[in-house]
Design a protein around this ligand. Structure first.
Ligand SMILES: *Cc1c(COP(=O)(O)O)cnc(C)c1O
Length: 219
């Protein structure tokens, strides 16, 4: 694989306002270091334990993004260092993140994951549920979290117009949410197969895994 070349390619190709999250789940530290050596500083992982052990081993100027579904009982392990949690989908989880952030005397930035795909398997809230959450008194009492915006995953399909429609929908929610939530700054959408469509439709963060690091090995 040519990880360094890929990072350089993305750095050149992406507009400077769009952050590249190098999704390194299942990959060894040596692969992440190859990306680090050419300047990559944001890595995305989907398992708390794996992210924590990589954080311990690697240079401390890396931003670690948790992009996967999070179980409440795992939050405490990443609370000291995680930079952004992309896939928050319940008030219960937010309360736990707030509690652990407070224990660590910090504010943790989060994105609310909105379900835009047609598949049942994708996590996330409906936009109405998210609006309800953001308007709730419980949410407003949480002082150690900041909702930095929204995240979503499009349906896994060859049908690019469907993907485009889903991303446009999410961008619409993001713009609506921004009106009442000045902390909304990031719209995390786009992966290896659909980041071009995501960028055209207002993404501020793309999460690229296999196109940089090659196919994942889950054994
Ligand atoms: C694995 C993963 C990605 C990266 O997927 P690729 O298709 O390999 O780019 C992006 N977002 C989430 C939430 C993921 O779990």
């Amino acid at each position: 694989m040519h990880i360094a070349e890929k990072i350089k390619e993305y750095t050149t190709l992406l507009p400077s306002a769009i952050s590249l999250i190098a999704v390194s789940k299942t990959k060894p530290v040596a692969d992440l270091m190859e990306a680090y050596e050419v300047g990559q500083r944001i890595f995305g992982e989907n398992k708390v334990q794996e992210m924590t052990s990589k954080w311990k081993e690697m240079p401390k100027d890396i931003e670690w993004h948790m992009i996967g579904h999070v179980q409440s009982n795992k939050v405490k392990y990443m609370a000291p260092f995680v930079d952004l949690i992309h896939a928050v989908d319940s008030l219960k989880l937010l309360k736990e993140i707030n509690k652990q952030a407070k224990n660590n005397d910090r504010t943790i930035r989060c994105l609310v994951q909105i379900k835009i795909a047609q598949e049942d398997s994708k996590f996330g809230m409906s936009w109405n549920e998210a609006l309800e959450l953001l308007a709730s008194e419980t949410f407003k009492s949480l002082e150690n979290i900041e909702i930095a915006g929204l995240m979503g995953m499009a349906t896994f399909t060859e049908n690019t117009s469907q993907i485009e429609q889903e991303f446009k929908k999410l961008k619409g929610f993001f713009d609506e949410g921004k009106k009442n939530n000045p902390s909304f700054k990031e719209l995390s959408m786009g992966m290896s197969s659909d980041y071009n469509i995501a960028i055209k439709n207002g993404s501020t963060m793309v999460r690229i895994g296999s196109d940089i690091f090659g196919a994942r090995n889950y054994n």
